[in-house]
Design a protein around this ligand. Structure first.
Ligand code: FES
Length: 522
C-alpha cells in the first residue's frame, strides 16, 4: 500500500505494508535520523514528533500517521553547514557521544521548548526521560537545552567554556614536615598575637591550572554536525539495491543435540533466497572472542553446529526479500532436537557425571572438557609454598562475576555485499574491524585480502562489540545468494544471543584465589 505522509512539512507517498511501523516507513524513505533501538519503544531512539508530540515511531504503525504532521531532525536542518539553535547548542556543549540517541533528544528538546521557552533543569530531564542514552549521562544534553532556550529567546549567550575545571593543585607528603600528631606550633608574630601556623606538611608542586590551548578547553567533535543533523552515520544508514533481510532461528533449549533440520518448506516460501544451517555450512572451528593474534584457544565454535548449548544459540539463518518473509520462513524450518541435561551452576558443572557441554572431538585446547572447565589460569608470585608455610593467615576465596549485558542502544547489525572488485564487504557495528576480518576469512573460505570490513560510527559498544558475532552469518548468506544481506539483532536477541554477555559470565564464573597474608610483611 502507498501511504500519504506529511513529513517535515512535505507530502510523501511511501509504500508500506499494513504491519510496517512508522520507523520502518520513515527509514525506507531515507530519514535515517530515526533509529532502531528495540521493538517496544523502550530506548526512545526512534522518537519523532507527531503533531508536535514526541512519539516512538517503532511502536506506531505507519498507517496511523496518515493525516498527521510528522517531524524528524532532518526537518530542523536549516541548510548545509547551518544549524538550528538546538543543534548548535548540542554541538557547542559537546552533548553528543555515539550520537545514536542525539536526534531523538533534539526533538524532545524542540517539543519542550515549544511548550516552555524558559524551562528549568527538572523539566528538561523530564523531557528526556523517555530517551535512553548510554553515554552522555544527560549532563551536557541538559546544558545544551538550557542554552538553546536562551538562543530561541533571542538572548545574548556567552561562549561555552565547558564545565568548570577543578584546580587540581598537587600536594605531596613533605618528609621533613614536623609530626602532625605533635599539634600546631604557637609563634608570637609581629602583632604579638598568638597565631596558629599550619605546619608546612605539604610541598606545593604546582599552583593553579597551567594555561592550555586545547586540554581542558571545549573542542567541537569532528563529526558533531553530522550527528546533530541525523545525517547517515551508522551501519544501517545506507540504501543497497536488492538487499535481502536475514533472521536467525535460535535454540529454545539450554542443551540439545540437533538430530536433523529440514528447511525445504522454508526454502520453498516465495521471497526466500537461502536458509543456512549445520548441514550446508562448512564446519570450521573458531573462537569469536579474542583481541590478539593468533586467536586464543579454545576454538570451540562453528558458524552453525549440530549442538546447541544455551537458549538463544544459533540453529539456522534465513535470507529473504523482507524481514516479515524471513520470520515466516523461520517458522517453517523443522528441527529435530534430542534434549540433553543442562547445567546452570558452575559448581555442578565441574562435578563428575555432570553433562558435558563440549563433547565434540574437534575442539582444540579446552582445559578439561570432561569437567566443563574451559580455561585454568594459575598465577603465582614468589615462592608460594614457602609463603603459605610462613604465613600467619592464609585466605582462600571464590569470586563470582554475574552476567553482564552492555546494552548499547544500537544493537548488533551487519550488512554484507560483493563490491565491484568482487571483494566481500562487511559493514558492521563492531569495535574490532581488523579481528572481524581475519576471523571471518577462514569461515567464509576467502583470503583476507578479498574481505573489506567497514566500521562506521557505532551506537555504543562497551565491549559487547569486541567480538565477531554475526558477521560470518551475513557473509555466508551473501555468498549463498550473491545479494546484499542485512542482519540486525532484536533487543531480546541481544540479551539472549550476544555471546559476549553469555560467554563472559555463563552461569556465574568462579575464580578461585588463595593468598597468603603475613602480618609482618603485609
Ligand atoms: S549519545 Fe546517547 S546513546 Fe550515544
Amino acid at each position: 500500500m502507498t501511504l500519504p505522509l506529511n513529513i517535515n512539512g512535505k507530502d510523501f507517498d511511501i509504500s508500506a505494508r499494513p504491519t510496517d511501523t512508522l520507523l520502518a516507513a520513515l527509514r525506507s524513505a531515507g530519514f535515517f535520523s530515526v533509529r532502531f533501538g528495540s521493538h517496544d519503544g523502550q530506548t526512545g531512539a526512534a522518537a519523532v514528533l507527531v503533531d508536535g508530540q514526541l512519539v516512538n515511531s517503532d511502536v506506531m504503525l505507519a498507517g496511523q500517521a496518515v493525516g498527521h504532521k510528522i517531524e524528524t531532525v532532518e526537518g530542523l536542518n536549516p541548510g548545509v553547514n547551518e544549524l538550528h539553535p538546538i543543534q548548535k547548542a548540542f554541538v557547542e556543549t559537546g552533548a553528543i557521544q555515539s550520537g545514536y540517541s542525539t536526534p531523538a533528544m533534539i526533538l524532545a528538546a524542540k517539543a519542550l521548548l515549544a511548550q516552555e521557552p524558559n524551562p528549568i533543569e527538572a523539566e528538561v530531564r523530564e523531557a528526556f526521560s523517555g530517551i535512553l542514552c548510554r553515554e552522555t549521562g544527560y549532563v551536557k544534553p541538559v546544558q545544551a537545552v538550557l542554552r538553546a532556550a536562551a538562543y530561541l529567546r533571542g538572548e545574548e549567550v556567552p561562549p561555552y567554556d565547558g564545565p568548570p575545571i577543578i584546580d587540581a593543585t598537587f600536594f605531596v607528603e613533605n618528609p621533613t614536615a614536623p609530626d602532625e600528631d605533635a599539634g600546631p606550633e604557637l609563634t608570637g608574630g609581629e602583632s604579638g598575637v598568638q597565631t596558629e601556623t599550619k605546619p608546612k606538611t605539604d610541598i606545593l608542586l604546582t599552583s593553579g591550572v597551567p594555561e592550555t590551548a586545547v586540554v581542558g578547553k571545549p573542542e567541537t567533535k569532528v563529526d558533531a554536525v553530522k550527528l546533530t543533523k541525523g545525517n547517515p552515520a551508522f551501519v544501517d544508514d545506507i540504501d543497497l539495491r536488492g538487499m535481502l533481510y536475514a533472521k536467525l532461528l535460535t535454540s529454545p533449549h539450554a542443551h540439545a543435540r540437533i538430530l536433523d533440520i529440514d528447511a525445504s518448506e522454508a526454502e520453498a516460501l516465495p521471497g526466500v533466497h537461502a536458509v543456512i544451517h549445520y548441514k550446508n555450512v562448512k564446519r570450521i572451528k573458531y573462537a569469536s572472542g579474542g583481541q590478539s593474534y593468533p586467536n586464543p584457544p579454545p576454538h570451540d565454535q562453528v558458524s552453525f553446529d549440530n549442538k546447541v548449548r544455551y537458549v538463544g544459540d544459533r540453529v539456522a539463518a534465513v535470507a529473504a526479500e523482507s524481514e516479515a518473509i524471513a520470520e515466516a520462513a523461520l517458522k517453517l524450518i523443522k528441527v529435530e532436537y534430542k534434549i540433553l541435561t543442562a547445567v546452570f551452576d558452575e559448581n555442578e558443572a565441574i562435578k563428575p557425571g555432570a553433562p558435558i557441554i563440549h563433547d565434540e572431538d574437534d575442539t582444540e585446547e579446552i582445559h578439561d572438557a570432561s569437567r566443563n572447565i574451559v580455561h585454568h589460569i594459575q598465577a603465582e608470585v614468589g615462592d608460594v609454598e614457602q609463603g603459605f608455610a610462613e604465613a600467619d593467615h592464609v585466605f582462600e576465596h571464590s569470586y563470582y562475576v554475574h552476567q553482564v549485558q552492555q546494552t548499547p542502544i544500537e544493537p548488533h547489525i551487519a550488512i554484507s555485499w560483493w563490491d565491484s572488485d568482487e571483494r566481500l564487504v562487511i559493514r558492521t557495528s563492531t569495535q574490532v574491524p581488523f579481528h572481524v576480518r581475519r576471523m571471518v576469512a577462514p569461515l567464509l573460505d576467502l583470503p583476507v585480502r578479498r574481505i573489506r570490513v567497514i566500521k562506521p560510527r557505532i551506537g555504543g559498544g562497551f565491549g559487547v562489540k569486541q567480538e565477531m558475532l554475526i558477521e560470518d552469518i551475513v557473509g555466508h548468506l551473501t555468498i549463498a545468494t550473491g545479494r546484499p544481506v542485512r542482519l540486525e539483532l532484536t533487543r531480546s536477541e541481544e540479551f539472549r544471543s550476544s555471546r559476549t554477555a553469555i560467554r563472559k559470565a555463563s552461569p556465574g564464573k568462579r575464580v578461585s584465589w588463595r593468598t597468603a597474608r603475613c602480618t609482618r610483611c603485609r
